[in-house]
Design a protein around this ligand. Structure first.
Ligand SMILES: [Zn+2]
Length: 89
């Protein structure tokens, strides 16, 4: 009787941790997919929701995220800077 209770409980816990890991992995991949690398300022960046940052994008600290495999896209910050410089010419 006691054996039955213990095995029943551990089986439930195993299922729970499986579901937790699956959810964590898919979230991690989703975030990583949206990260781009800016050749201009050598920073990784990604678009974020307006409630995270009012400018709708966020620059990550250097060396925080591996650059390998990231799409090389100029960040909105450099784009705006370049635009402003061009306007002065
Ligand atoms: Zn940049």
């Amino acid at each position: 009787m006691i054996d039955y209770i213990i095995s029943g409980r551990s089986k439930k816990e195993g299922l729970h941790s499986d579901n937790y890991n699956k959810g964590f992995d898919s979230r991690k991949i989703k975030i990583d997919d949206g990260i781009h690398y800016c050749n201009n300022c050598n920073h990784t960046w990604s678009k974020v929701a307006a409630y995270v940052d009012s400018s709708r994008w966020r620059k990550y600290p250097e060396g925080n995220i591996p650059i390998l495999g990231k799409k090389r896209i100029e960040c909105p910050g450099c784009k705006t800077l370049r635009k402003g410089r061009n306007d002065n010419y």
